[in-house]
Each structure stands twice: as C-alpha cells, then as structure tokens.
Design a protein around this ligand. Structure first.
Ligand code: SF4
Length: 343
C-alpha cells in the first residue's frame, strides 16, 4: 500500500471526472460493470463498505443506487443480533430472482464469516462469501468471479494485517472514518466478533498518520478512529505509539479540527487517554464506553474483564474535577441480549 486515495463517488462519476481518474490510476481500468452495495450493522461495517467500494471503483466498476441497475450485488452483513442474521437470508431471498437475470450476488461481513459455505446451501444463487478478516483478498476473489468462477470464498481468520485499500470511497465529505485496529482478543461470552473479525491486528501508526494527512489535504476536518476495542490499539512499528499518543498525533495534523474514537473497552481506558483529552481540545469530549451490566456477577458471566466498581472508577476518572465542566456526552448503550452462539 503505497498510494491510498480517498474520493467521493461523485468525483469519479460526475462530468469532469476524466481528469481525476488518471490521477488515481483508473484510466487503465476497463469498464467492468456496475455494483450495488447494501450495508447493515456498525460503523466498522460502514467503513468496510467504503473500502470495498474503493476496491471495486479501482477495478473499473461503477456504483449504482439499486440492485436492478447492478451487475454485482453485494450485501455487507451484521450478525450481532439473531434478527439481523435472519434478515440477511430474507434479503437474499429477495435477490434470488436477480441471479436468473445474470447478476452476481455476494455476501460480505459477519454473517458471511459465521455461516461460511453454509450460505451456498441455503442460498445457492450466491456466488461470493467473504468475511471481513479476508477483505484483503477481495480483488483476487472478484477477479475469480470475473473469470467465470461461480463460487468463491474468503473465510480465513489468520489475516495478520488490517484491510487497507488504494481508494476508499467515503460518503461524508467532512468526517472520515479510519479503522486503526481490527478484530478482538477479548472473549465476551455473548459476542461473535472474535470469531467473525478474527484476532486483534493494529495498523501501523505511520500509515494511520499518513492517511490522516491525506484526508486533511482533501478537506476533511473530522476523523473518527474505529476499532471494536479501539483503545486496545498496539502500534506494531518500533515506534510503539500508545493510543493516547496516537490521538494527540492525529489531532496535531494541520487541518484536522475534531477527533473522535469508538468503541472503547473499559479495561483499556487508561488515565493517559483522559489526560490527552484534557490537553488537546480537538479530541472531542465524547466517550463511548459500553457498560454491558451494572452487576459484577453478570459481568463475570459475560466474561467482561472488569467489575461494577472498576467501571465506576473509570467514569470517576473521566469525570475528574478538572474535566467535569467539559465532558458533554457519555453514551451508555442498553444491555445487548446475549443471543449469539459461540462456535
Ligand atoms: S470486547 Fe467487544 S468486540 Fe471484543 S468480545 Fe467483548 S463485546 Fe465483543
């Protein structure tokens, strides 16, 4: 990855895009057809879809707004709730007739990883099944589809790098999502993420900062750093930047006015993060710190790695006297239902 670009779809499709496409190395990409991409789930999925769209645009595909207009229909799925997984198969049922029209149908994301080749059994009209830990293989998988393969899969979890693309097609012209850590090494009893997204892999700090500088040059003023446990970030480079240091470095990039991060794990929410927020006003006073339960007994059963008192201690630290006037929003989600089966 030596030349990542970030573009809005309009800049590639609008009149005048001819001058941009060569800059992105797209001039040589032959017209390959159209794709429709529907996304369910969290911000990580939203951002994965932005990167998937970038991969396809770089190969010469054009994004369209409806499945009817598309040759390739992709469905980026979520399995955090049982209902969400059921919805995938119901939506795939709607797409069944599309295959007979010569369209290629693919399932990406957590349901793809969880159900694997079983999707071909339940929905034989699907041609591509790829979990998020294998997105780096997407160009290769798409090439296999283009050469006539009818069933291709990317289901490996042993990916040791995060998913980076040459082009990311972002929807919001001001705020950019940026994944800094993939997967999760925790083992909460109700959660499918360690199985669907694989073990934790952090992105190199220099690569993150290079992309933030490019984002600023492109006019983005807000960056939201993403990770399932974003504050467990562990810089794989010799620099070994801590998460708090990374936050400060991102905030110092000229042109960046606001920095957010989500989702944080209470056990890894350390004092230096609070100190960084205190010292740097560009770090927004917005902390997403899932509590999951107010009962230590239940937290233990959930295999969360903190007690009720430890959680309250983190809140007290965040709301330390010097900060109490400044913290404006703490977001506590409702308890998720423990509905997922572990495999
Ligand atoms: S820390 Fe979050 S992502 Fe990781 S297993 Fe627990 S709930 Fe899932």
């Amino acid at each position: 990855m030596n030349k990542p670009f970030d573009v809005e779809i309009e800049r590639l499709t609008a009149p005048g895009s001819e001058s941009i496409r060569p800059l992105l190395g797209l001039a040589q990409a032959p017209e390959r057809g159209t794709f429709f991409l529907e996304t369910f789930g969290c911000q990580m999925n939203d951002h994965d879809s932005e990167k998937v769209a970038g991969v396809l645009l770089a190969r010469g595909y054009r994004q369209v707004e409806t499945p009817d207009a598309a040759g390739l229909i992709l469905y980026n799925t979520c399995s955090i709730r049982e209902k969400a997984a059921q919805k995938v198969f119901s939506r795939l049922g709607e797409y069944r007739a599309k295959q007979s029209e010569g369209k290629i149908i693919g399932v990406l994301g957590c349901v793809a990883q969880q159900e694997g080749e079983g999707i071909f059994e339940r929905a034989p009209w699907v041609s591509l099944v790829c979990g998020s830990a294998s997105y780096r293989k997407l160009p290769e998988l798409i090439a296999q589809l283009e050469s006539g393969n009818h069933r291709v899969t990317g289901l490996e979890l042993d990916t040791d790098e995060t998913f980076e693309t040459e082009i990311t097609r972002r929807d919001n012209p001001f705020r950019a999502y940026l994944t800094i850590i993939e997967g999760c090494d925790k083992a909460c009893s109700y959660c499918v993420v360690p199985y669907t997204r694989g073990p934790e892999r952090s992105r190199a700090s220099d690569s993150i900062l290079r992309e933030v500088r490019q984002l600023a040059e492109l006019g983005y003023s807000e960056v939201q750093l993403l990770g399932q446990t974003v504050n467990s970030y562990a810089d794989p480079t010799p620099r070994k930047m801590r998460f708090a240091e990374l936050l400060l470095a991102v905030a110092e990039v000229p042109g960046i006015r606001r920095v957010r991060f989500t989702t944080s794990h209470p056990s890894d929410f350390t004092r230096d993060i609070v100190e960084a927020m205190e010292a740097q006003p560009k770090l927004c006073e917005h902390v997403h710190l899932p509590v999951q339960s107010g009962s230590t007994k239940v937290l233990r059963a959930m295999q969360r790695t903190y007690t009720r008192d430890e959680y309250l201690g983190k809140i007290a630290m965040i709301r330390s006297p010097s900060r109490s006037q400044r913290i404006s929003s703490l977001v506590f989600p409702a308890n998720p239902k423990p509905i997922l089966n572990r495999r």
